[in-house]
Ligand binder design. Structure first.
Ligand code: FES
Length: 260
């Protein structure tokens, strides 16, 4: 596979940064060097009974140290195993970098929103570092456990929306945009489908370019399960249907190109 590597990466650190949210730094050979913001890796389970890997987005890419940071939510057996069993010095099999990543050049000289919801927040960290333009992060959390806030504040203005209203705006990311009278020329977003759907509608209404990462729709991450298929506007060259696999053709799409 061109540009993708299967590696046995060493776990440099692993910590719980919010309830059910874990952060892991991995020492890679080539993957960190090649990776761009918005891409992901597939993490294989050590338990042979679960053959499909878990796709996990890249939160930070340290090219000098050839290290990657992934931040993931424990949801199901595979990720619970990553959280419980891996510690400093352990080896973990990964494949990457996978997916297309965010188009950084679209932000040149523009006012940009980086919008993350829940476990869609981690990819915004590396994106906030590498994206040009005047950056504002709007992050949607459940409660006052604002994971990755410090990292995001280093590169952008930061606003939070919380479901329970404990910090920032009570409500969702669009409520925070409206309450703080924020404006942008381009949107980069990652999060649950209802959030992406609302942002797509908002962007169309405001006539703003909007790039979305649909990584929450992925299952195997390697094109094997077809659980991630979404409807697109253009017809696929090979199959002549309006389908796209999020893990192969995405996870980043122009919002107007896909049905949500
Ligand atoms: Fe399995 Fe895309 S996630 S085919």
């Amino acid at each position: 596979m061109a540009g993708k590597y299967k590696e046995l990466a060493e776990v440099l650190s692993q910590e719980c940064i919010a309830p059910d949210i874990y952060s892991m730094w991995l020492q890679t050979d080539k993957i960190a060097e090649k990776a761009v913001p918005g891409q992901f890796i597939s993490v294989y389970s050590n338990d042979g009974s679960r053959l499909l890997p878990r796709p996990i987005s890249l939160c930070e890419i340290d090219k000098d140290k050839k290290a990657l940071r992934i931040v993931y939510r424990v949801a199901g057996k595979g990720t619970a195993e990553f959280a419980q069993y891996y510690d400093k010095g352990d080896k973990i099999e990964i494949l990457g970098p996978l997916g297309n990543g965010f188009p950084l050049e679209r932000a040149e000289g523009k006012k940009v929103f980086l919008i993350g919801g829940g476990i869609g927040i981690p990819p915004m960290v590396e994106l906030s570092r590498q994206l040009p333009g005047e950056k504002t992060v709007i992050a949607g959390y459940r409660d006052d456990k604002l994971f990755l806030k410090e990292e995001l504040e280093q590169n952008a203005a930061f606003y939070a929306a919380t479901e329970d209203g404990s910090v920032g705006t009570k409500g969702n990311v669009l409520d925070a945009i409206r309450e703080n009278k924020l404006a942008a020329d381009v949107i980069y977003a990652c999060g649950p489908t209802p959030m992406l759907r609302a942002l797509k509608a908002y962007a169309q209404e405001q006539d703003i370019e909007c790039w979305i990462s649909m990584e929450e729709r992925m299952a195997c991450g390697i094109g094997a399960c077809l659980a991630c298929v979404c409807q697109s506007k253009e017809v696929d060259d090979h199959s002549h249907v309006h389908n796209k696999r999020v893990c192969k053709d995405g996870p980043v799409f122009l919002a107007t190109e896909v049905e949500l």
